[in-house]
Design a protein around this ligand. Structure first.
Ligand SMILES: Nc1ncnc2c1ncn2[C@@H]1O[C@H](COP(=O)(O)OP(=O)(O)OP(=O)(O)O)[C@@H](O)[C@H]1O
Ligand SMILES: O=C(O)[C@H](O)[C@@H](O)[C@H](O)[C@H](O)CO
Length: 187
């Protein structure tokens, strides 16, 4: 857990971005965490324009220029949920520090990044086994090259993906609980 995360106090309920490279489990862990916290889950995959999905499915990595409007669309949608419901979880690669800062600037409320971190072999195996996803395993190395892990001054909790989903959710809940007002705690 970073020093910065211990200073976060959620206003009502958790506002969290589950981040990591493709295949790290953002959609799976993010949705399970949101269900436990009883907050909406937004999958960043749903915010890409068709041209970006087409690009990735042809094995071409996205550029910063492709990603800025996508990050802004996701951040705006998260902000609306945070305002309406008090909390929200998103699954978003958020690979670079500047992307995370852009999301934080759009959100304007405290957010914690839950980083799903793991080795190339595990990631490749999970991407290869996954049926019907537009993201080809050939893009894993560019994802890993783009990844800038959060530093201590960013509000982030890092978890190892070499554990089952239930364990990851339990660990994330344990990290988030002290930051959450009692009335907003999960059921
Ligand atoms: N901790 C885990 N243990 C075992 N399998 C997992 C775990 N987390 C995710 N998986 C599986 O690995 C695959 C990738 O997970 P998922 O699609 O959630 O990743 P993702 O980060 O959202 O990927 P992408 O960014 O490419 O959409 C899925 O088939 C999922 O069921
Ligand atoms: O920033 C990016 O390159 C993209 O967000 C990718 O990470 C994909 O969207 C996702 O991982 C595949 O589903």
């Amino acid at each position: 857990m970073s020093t910065a995360v211990s200073r976060v106090r959620f206003e009502r309920r958790p506002v969290v971005i589950v981040m990591g490279v493709s295949g790290s489990g953002k959609s799976t862990v993010g949705a399970a965490l949101a269900a436990r916290l009883d907050v909406p889950f937004l999958d960043a995959d749903d915010y890409h324009p068709p041209a970006s999905v087409d690009k990735m499915s042809r094995g071409i990595p996205l550029t910063d220029g492709d990603r800025w409007p996508w990050l802004d669309a996701l951040g705006t949608a998260m902000r609306a949920r945070a305002d309406a419901v008090g909390g929200v979880i998103a699954g978003c690669s958020a690979l670079k520090r500047a992307y995370r800062q852009r999301l934080r600037d759009t959100l304007e409320v405290p957010v914690v990044f839950v980083v799903l971190d793991g080795g190339r072999e595990t990631l490749l195996a999970r991407m290869t086994a996954r049926p019907d996803h537009y993201m080809p395993p050939s893009l894993l190395d560019s994802q890993r090259a783009d990844l800038e892990r959060p530093t201590d001054d960013e509000p982030a909790v890092s978890l190892s993906i070499e554990q089952d989903v239930d364990t990851l959710v339990t660990e994330a809940l344990a990290a988030l609980a002290p930051l959450t007002p009692a009335a907003g705690r999960y059921r």
